[in-house]
Design a protein around this ligand. Structure first.
Ligand code: UDP
Length: 297
């Protein structure tokens, strides 16, 4: 559990986030929200740094790939510099994208990955790989306490309906009565972790002072994108059609985490079942679209 006495200083450049996402905390005296881009240095006294910066949706991180690379590399250097100065523990939100289009499945942390360093996903994949490298070099050279979490596909309430990732696309399309856009033949797989489960994993990792990682955090329940479409259709609008669109370049064919390390060292495994998590996300997105006048409830 998080310590209720903690003071939280939240930095956000609002590239993909919004004040509305933290509205419930804005009047809490132990919470401060500052508009800041981690690409610029930031000086403050803290004892824990949750370095979560960077869009994670392919559509969003490819919009300005140079900014994405800067966030991953310069942003991480700035946050590690801050951790070194303050003696703070830093948790890096890394990604399953470090495995690229994996040659082994499920992906174990010892796997070095299969990443195309010149493709459109490289700004994020290689950026996060470099971010991990920097963490381990700061740990070796300067004794900074680091924790590297490799986060697999995560979803849940408060994602934007225009985020561009598959869960929000499918739910938004279904709520609007539009066919679901499956890229490629839909046989590619992903494993979807509900946000509350992920938060528990991140807290466990931060609290385990000796654990550097990298450690996979994700749900090992692997499904095809076609199966995901069927689940969303069944929950929102039975009978809705799907439409196939071209598969994006370098789209990984398989993705499924091995969570043995997280189970063994953190005692963590996800609990929320996909239908339950999808239902909570559907309720939230329906509210968002209704408020924007895009659907009528
Ligand atoms: N995808 C899809 N339709 C969409 C959005 C995504 O079929 O409207 C597919 C995409 O090609 C990929 C998977 O769903 O195979 C997950 O894509 P997402 O953008 O959510 O994240 P990724 O796991 O690729 O980073």
């Amino acid at each position: 559990m998080a310590d209720p006495q903690n003071h939280v200083i939240c930095l956000d450049n609002f590239q993909t986030g919004s004040r509305a996402n933290v509205a419930q905390w804005l009047h809490n005296p132990r919470f401060e929200l500052i508009r800041h881009d981690v690409v610029e240095p930031f000086r403050i006294e803290v004892d824990r740094i949750w370095h979560l910066a960077c869009p994670a949706s392919p559509r969003q991180y490819q919009r300005n790939p140079i900014a994405t690379a800067k966030t991953c590399v310069i942003g991480t250097l700035n946050m590690l510099g801050l951790a070194k100065r303050c003696g703070a523990r830093l948790l890096l939100a890394s990604t399953s994208e470090v495995y690229g289009d994996p040659l082994v499945s499920p992906q174990v942390e010892s796997n070095c990955g299969n990443v195309n360093c010149t493709g459109p996903r490289a700004c994020y994949d290689e950026g996060k790989r470099m971010a991990e490298t920097l963490c381990f070099d700061y740990a070796r050279m300067h004794g900074v306490s680091v924790a590297v979490a490799r986060i697999f596909n995560t979803y849940g309430p408060r994602m934007s309906s225009s985020d561009g990732r598959v869960v929000t696309n499918f739910i938004s399309q279904a709520l609007r009565g539009e066919p679901l856009s499956i890229y490629g033949n839909g046989e590619q797989t992903r494993s979807f972790c509900y946000c509350d489960d992920l938060v528990e994993g991140l807290l466990a990792l931060m609290n385990h002072a000796e654990m550097e990682g990298p450690v996979n955090l994700g749900n090992p329940n692997e499904i095809t994108i076609s199966e995901l479409a069927s689940r969303v259709i069944a929950l929102v609008r039975p009978g809705l059609a799907v439409v196939h669109q071209p598969l994006p370049i370098d789209d990984p064919q398989r993705r499924c985490p091995s969570i043995e390390r997280a189970e063994m060292f953190l005692g963590w495994r996800p609990n929320v079942d996909l239908d339950q998590g999808l239902q909570a996300t559907i309720t939230d997105l329906a509210g968002q679209l209704n408020q924007a006048g895009l659907i009528a409830l």
